[in-house]
Design a protein around this ligand. Structure first.
Ligand code: TXA
Ligand code: MG
Length: 343
């Protein structure tokens, strides 16, 4: 199976594995997820073990189109139903007060739950086959904790293929959006208003157009979200991000110093040791970004240099992910220029 085709037999088999408490990797329009039955605490615990993720990081529950929100959440504000009507199926996750039966493992011990209805046809078919469409699939991105999220089935095999912890990997082609869903917290509307926990393709303005209130950036008291850790989505090779003109100079200096540069850019640049040119639209850039970071991570370079994208509204999501990918690499360019290349 490849592309967006729905292989009914493979999906039925995957649904049975989920019902038995196994892990199944599934394609979504954002990134691939590592799924388990959200109402089976032992199955959800397997996700944490497979990812090497701390137990207090909550996971998103994926539901089928038309799912009963009241089964998963309580005290649901009308704004949540309006956003679901406007953006589901699609790349928006809402944080709501959780229903009483949601396992602690799903909510990371918090009194909230993250819910989203994905739009990828394979994800939808799986959700409809699993528990007769009434279940929820808890699924973080299908990568080891801190790594770049997978946007192809091969990326998932690269992360988990060998260790036997994932019972099935459904192939749904390359994820269309390419970066993780927008997360908006509606669980404390009365006191905090809507809060944007993670930017994504669905912008704060698009949300505001539906609920008449612009989501605020998170404050220090916001619930923990691993996607909000400073260092995350990171390749193993150090990443540095610079504006175009500065990058051009840095590239020349590093090359003159004998350094191997892997370049991720969208405008014209001289050749580097390895490079990927991304589309210059925000959606095109996001779509191709993680595959570019993964392939540049394999290039044996000293550093991955990324041409900083524009800062504006639609670029918020990719800027956020790149800032995290580059976190902890500050000083890397300086270091490479000021130490001799080991011979
Ligand atoms: O696009 C996506 O959202 C992908 C696909 C697979 O759906 N999933 C994803 O999952 O990115 P993950 O676990 O890698 O990131 C989910 C984020 C985490 O930062 C997590 O902490 C946050 O959502 N989250 C989940 N439930 C939450 C809750 N109850 N309160 C606050 N944050 C929550
Ligand atoms: Mg993740």
């Amino acid at each position: 199976m490849s592309g967006q085709d729905v292989d009914v037999a493979a999906i039925a088999a995957a649904a049975r594995l989920l019902e038995q408490g196994q892990l199944v990797a599934l394609p979504t329009e954002t990134v691939y997820g590592l799924g388990a039955d959200a109402e089976n605490p032992a199955a959800v615990a397997r996700i944490y073990a497979a990812k090497g993720r701390p137990m207090d990081h909550p996971v998103i529950v994926h539901v089928a189109p038309g799912a009963e929100l009241d089964h998963w959440a309580s005290d649901i504000p009308y704004q949540a139903r309006a956003l679901a009507d406007a953006f589901w199926p699609g790349p928006l996750t809402m944080i709501l007060k959780r229903a009483a039966h949601i396992p602690d493992a799903v909510s990371g011990g918090q009194d909230t739950v993250g819910i989203r209805c994905p739009s990828h046809p394979v994800a939808i078919a799986l959700l409809q086959a699993f528990k007769g469409g009434k279940g929820g699939i808890a699924a973080p991105s299908a990568n080891k904790f801190g790594n770049v999220s997978p946007t192809t089935a091969q990326h998932v095999r690269d992360e988990f293929g060998a260790d036997g912890t994932v019972a099935a990997i459904l192939d749904g082609g390359q994820s269309q959006v390419g970066i993780e869903s927008t997360i908006v917290d509606l669980s404390r509307l009365a006191t905090h208003g809507p809060v944007l926990l993670r930017p994504g393709q669905i912008s704060a303005d698009a949300i505001a157009a539906v609920i008449d209130s612009v989501p605020a950036a998170p404050d220090a008291a916001a619930p923990r979200a691993s996607g909000t850790l400073e260092s995350h989505y990171a390749p193993h090779t150090p990443v540095a991000m610079q504006d175009s003109a500065e990058l051009l100079a840095t590239l020349a200096q590093l090359q003159a110093a004998g350094r191997k540069v892997a370049l991720v850019h969208y405008s014209a640049f001289p050749p580097a040791h390895a490079e990927v040119q991304l589309p210059s639209s925000p959606d095109g850039f996001a779509h191709a970004l993680y595959a570019a970071l993964r392939s540049m991570d394999q290039a044996g370079a000293d550093v991955i240099l990324v041409e900083a994208p524009p800062r504006g509204g639609e670029w918020l999501g990719v800027n956020d992910r790149l800032r995290r990918a580059a976190h902890g690499s500050s000083g890397i360019v300086h270091g490479l220029l000021n130490h001799h290349v080991p011979s």
